[in-house]
Design a protein around this ligand. Structure first.
Ligand code: SAM
Length: 276
């Protein structure tokens, strides 16, 4: 369900402790005024308080926020640091900082690229209400030694080398790291119209990976800043339920259409499974 409303109002309509997973990307400070709507500290704090209220014990909040470049004044040209301040506020509310992922799109230039390295990182804070109840870490199988026997060394407390017995590298070692980079283009979305019209899409592969990592089929997934509804689309395709809010009418329409198509595809996939 996607609602055309300010999420500060919409969230108040959700029952307490009803959401299993939130996957969201708020506006990056004042970098873009989506339909003229402000995202200042007061708006953030209202939303954060509501997110704490609606999250189930053991539930998870994935908060992806990129840095805004300050455009005027003595700090002109520098990053605002707001994502870190927001994460601290969420921690003060009671969320646990469970993980911190660095996400990015390869090939993207930083603002003022001549003075910064390529591919600006975007913080993704994984915050939990108590110990998380559903975590299924992804494997990338990048580590070619998984399952093979190899000899390794470590060091004793006095610093001298110790050769350890050969052992089979565990599955653990094939796990993805906390740095999640996606290629630009197709991994964003195949919905070409949305890619053209919406200025700040979450990468679909990222939404998919977060939903698979931190929820189960049937869980309720929330996105208070739904935009073109990438989280919602992937939630439905992965057999989760979805609730979202979008304040700006044209984006709401875009998101609603994407959800409608995803709901159809998910229903078709379910019926194929039934008759398989
Ligand atoms: C960074 S975009 C989210 C993009 C989304 N993850 C996607 O992939 O489509 C932020 C969205 O939040 C919306 N927004 C800003 N303030 C809002 C508010 N108070 N309530 C609901 N939506 C809001 C903006 O209109 C914008 O579409």
């Amino acid at each position: 369900m996607l609602s055309h409303s300010d999420c500060r109002v919409g969230l108040r309509g959700l029952p307490p402790e009803s959401v299993d997973l939130t996957v969201t990307s708020p506006p990056y400070g004042g970098m873009r005024r989506f339909g003229g709507h402000e995202f200042d500290w007061n708006v953030f704090a209202d939303v954060a308080n509501e997110l704490w209220r609606v999250t189930k014990p053991g539930g998870i909040l994935c908060w992806q926020e990129g840095e805004e470049v300050i455009r005027t004044g003595p700090r002109k040209g520098s990053y605002s640091g707001l994502p870190t301040a927001h994460a601290m506020y969420l921690q003060d509310l009671g969320f646990l900082r469970w993980d911190r992922l660095i996400t990015g799109v390869t090939g993207i230039r930083c603002p003022d690229a001549g003075k910064r390295y390529l591919c600006p990182p975007t913080d993704l804070f994984v915050l939990t209400k108590g110990e998380p109840k559903n975590v299924a870490l992804l494997e990338d199988r990048l580590n070619s030694t998984v399952g093979k026997h190899r000899r390794t060394t470590d060091r004793r407390a006095d610093g001298t080398l110790r050769i350890r017995k050969p052992y089979g590298a565990t599955k653990e070692m094939g796990r993805r790291t906390t740095i999640w980079l996606y290629p630009a283009g197709a991994s964003t979305t195949r919905d070409a119209g949305v890619r053209r019209e919406f200025p700040a899409l979450m990468i679909e592969a990222l939404a998919r990976d977060l939903i698979l990592s931190y929820s189960l089929p049937g869980d309720l997934v929330l996105d208070p800043f739904a935009g073109a509804c990438t989280t919602g689309k992937l939630a439905l395709l992965l057999d989760r339920k979805f609730v979202g809010f979008e304040v700006h009418e044209p984006y709401f329409q875009m998101g609603a259409e994407r959800l409608r198509v995803a709901a159809g595809a998910a229903a078709l996939a379910r019926s194929k499974r039934c008759f398989a």
